[in-house]
Design a protein around this ligand. Structure first.
Ligand SMILES: Nc1ncnc2c1ncn2[C@@H]1O[C@H](COP(=O)(O)OP(=O)(O)OP(=O)(O)O)[C@@H](O)[C@H]1O
Ligand SMILES: [Mg+2]
Ligand SMILES: [Zn+2]
Length: 644
């Protein structure tokens, strides 16, 4: 196939500046529209590679690119990464001294700076608009205004920021400057809001698939084995996040992991801001392996090499789960997302929903409770389903996925479904008989009646005379519980949430009782095979890349510690130096000279010059069997690190 010259030039620029050999899906089309100076909205999942879609055009188009970003942490992270690739980028925010800010503006003016990051408050200050910004428009010119995390303009999104609403002012004032909007929020309503609020003109709209093929999704029962499984996962290595519902649980789990020798830190809103910041920084710098956190932890975490995310408690919504689990594997390398789920979670969730009360009147906030209940049902569907987990998640975002993904527990070890119509009828008719007597009970009592328990309570209440007494002895207590859960989540039975949960029939129950509807129940998930063999098989299927083993694994670890030393010496996170995929390629291809090193993905011209010598000599030393003798001082690079 002949490649048009423009492609070659674009790919060369991609490799030179960022070290990548190819675009990720969807990136190239966005970059082309950006280069053409069109307004655009690009919707891509977390870790999809949105930054590159405006950063590469910023290098290729004349003028300075303004980037609007909502969080200082996000700006710092991106600017750090860009500078590390030798790209002239800077941010203006409250952390800078006055002198620094004017230096940056001077660099922008001279045309030296390619990208300038700002918070919307700062950008929209009248003094800034009339002063520096107007001068920049007159001087080097503005290539485009990029609005990152653009969902912040929408009240329908999850991180609404009123200042984002004012950004439309820029369009009114400088109608010829293109506006690029980026977000990972998938809903239609938010997209429409972005186009309207930012006053985008004939915008090119790009919506990428929300499928994250490198993530392996699994749901595990929350029984006694949950903790040993978690420990096992942490011991197998890789950075991980454990999400819990309560602060107490976060603290407990983190302490327990620490006690087992795993470097773990807590993160939740009960910790003071300084501790939170410190813990986050330690995690980002690989000084801690595991972060135990509530959902307070997340926004602004760009760490690309999180290898696993565990939800120790049930998430509230599918979207929340998708975003939280999606913090794994932003670098595109294989990563796993595991949700632990037990019957107790349903009760806790329902209790929390019932606590949604009007603070003034103390009355139930009915609309909110109804929405929360519906969201809970969707999460339960996800947790209890035997279908492809990806299909369920993507359906939630309106995307049809054919299933059989090969990278979720249900696709790699399909669960069988069984016909439990008879048992469902027995259970529902027992609930109906009780209702006829004006009695309502919780699942346990109903199951005791079905199993013909001989307890004094049942005798006193005359339950032994019910026609359904003892008709379900052939099933165990756990099996009946499993059926009740399945009926609840399939909407064939209801459980009250007004404190003491009692069972009640719903309209759909009749169809089952009349034999018009069959009830299929997925068999309970089997305990995970223990030992390395089992988990290795899983990982192979999840990954598109082979796991690093043997000698390559040892070299990988060696390169990892070199990376950590370099990063510490420069006070940056290790992933800023190289990400895991680059290290894996180095460990496999073992480049020992500059040309071979340049071919490694993630090695652009700047990093080649800066790090090539240190890494190739470490590899040479390793190959010579002298890995232990490699001399690495406090700063393993000769000379001071380059800074822009
Ligand atoms: N073409 C590419 N080849 C290889 N890696 C890439 C490519 N483009 C981006 N990446 C890597 O993908 C990771 C995620 O990119 P980025 O931070 O731009 O994600 P994002 O889409 O902005 O996600 P979020 O919504 O979380 O902000 C980064 O580690 C980046 O280096
Ligand atoms: Mg981003
Ligand atoms: Zn699947």
């Amino acid at each position: 196939m002949t490649v048009p010259p423009r492609d070659t030039a674009l790919l060369a620029a991609l490799k030179r500046s960022f070290g990548f050999d190819a675009f990720r899906p969807g990136q190239e089309a966005v970059v082309r529209d950006a280069l053409d100076g069109r307004d655009l909205l690009a919707v891509m999942p977390t870790g999809g590679g949105k930054s590159l879609c405006f950063q590469l055009p910023a290098l290729l188009r004349p003028g300075l690119m303004i980037v609007v970003s909502p969080l200082i942490a996000l700006m710092q992270d991106q600017v750090r990464l860009l500078r590390e690739s030798g790209i002239a980028a800077a941010f203006l925010n409250s952390t800078l001294a006055a002198g620094e800010a004017s230096q940056i503006l001077a660099a922008a003016h001279s045309g030296e700076l390619r990208l300038l990051y700002l918070a919307p408050e700062r950008l929209l200050m009248p003094d800034f608009l009339d002063g520096p910004l107007s001068r920049l428009v007159q001087g080097p010119g503005i290539s485009a205004i990029t609005v990152d995390e653009a969902h912040c303009v929408s009240e329908w999104g999850h991180d609404f920021r009123p200042e984002y609403r004012q950004l439309g002012l820029l369009r009114d004032r400088w109608p010829d400057i293109p506006v690029f909007a980026f977000t990972a929020t998938a809903t239609e309503r938010v997209r429409a809001d972005i186009v309207q609020q930012l006053r985008l003109r004939h915008a090119a709209i790009h919506v990428a698939s929300f499928n994250r093929p490198n993530l392996f999704y699994a749901v595990r029962p929350k029984g006694a084995q949950a903790w040993p499984e978690l420990l096992d996962r942490a011991r197998n290595g890789g950075c991980g996040i454990v999400y819990c519902l309560s602060r107490k649980r976060v603290d407990e789990l983190s302490a327990r992991l620490e006690a087992e020798g795993i470097r773990s830190l807590p993160y939740h809103a009960g910790l003071d801001a300084q501790t939170r910041r410190r813990n986050q920084e330690q995690f980002i710098r690989d000084d801690a392996q595991v972060m135990c956190a509530t959902v307070a932890f997340g926004m602004g975490i760009n760490k690309p090499d999180v290898r696993w995310v565990v939800h120790y408690d049930l998430p509230r919504t599918i979207e929340g789960y998708y975003q939280e689990a999606g913090r794994a594997g932003r670098d595109g390398e294989p990563a796993s997302c595991t949700l632990y789920f037990g019957a107790g979670d349903i009760r806790t969730a329902e209790f929390l929903i019932s606590q949604k009360l009007d603070p003034n009147s103390g009355e139930a906030l009915e609309a909110e409770q109804r929405i929360a209940r519906q969201q809970l049902r969707q999460v339960l569907d996800y947790a209890q389903s035997g279908a492809c987990r990806r299909t369920i998640q993507l359906r939630y975002f309106g995307e049809a996925f054919p299933g059989d993904c090969g990278a979720c527990d249900n696709c790699t070890q399909p669960r069988t479904t069984e016909d439990w119509t008879l048992e469902a009828q027995q259970l529902l008719s027992c609930v109906a008989r009780l209702a006829q007597r004006g009695e309502r009970f919780g699942a346990l009592t109903v199951i005791e009646i079905l199993r013909g328990a001989e307890s004094q309570k049942l005798i006193d209440r005359g339950h032994q005379s019910l026609s359904t007494y003892g008709i379900g002895r052939h099933r165990s207590l756990d099996e009946w519980r499993h059926l009740v859960r399945a009926l609840l989540h399939q909407g064939l039975l209801a459980e009250s949430t007004d404190g003491y949960p009692v069972l009640a029939l719903v309209a759909e129950s009749r169809a089952v009782l009349k034999g018009e509807r069959r009830v299929e129940v997925t068999s309970a998930p089997a305990p995970r095979e223990t030992g390395r063999k089992g988990s290795r098989t899983r990982r192979d299927k999840a990954s598109t890349t082979a796991p690093v083993t043997g000698d390559a694994a040892r070299l990988f670890e060696r390169l990892r510690s070199l990376r950590k030393q370099i990063a510490d010496a420069q006070a940056v996170p290790p992933y800023v130096v190289f990400n895991d995929s680059s290290l894996r390629e180095m460990a496999q291809h073992r480049p020992v000279d500059s040309d071979a090193f340049a071919a490694i993905p993630g090695v652009g011209s700047h990093k080649l010059a800066q790090y090539g010598p240190a890494f190739t000599s470490a590899i040479r030393a390793f190959l010579a069997g002298r890995a232990a003798d490699v001399e690495v001082g406090a700063n393993p690079l000769e000379g001071p690190p380059h800074a822009v």
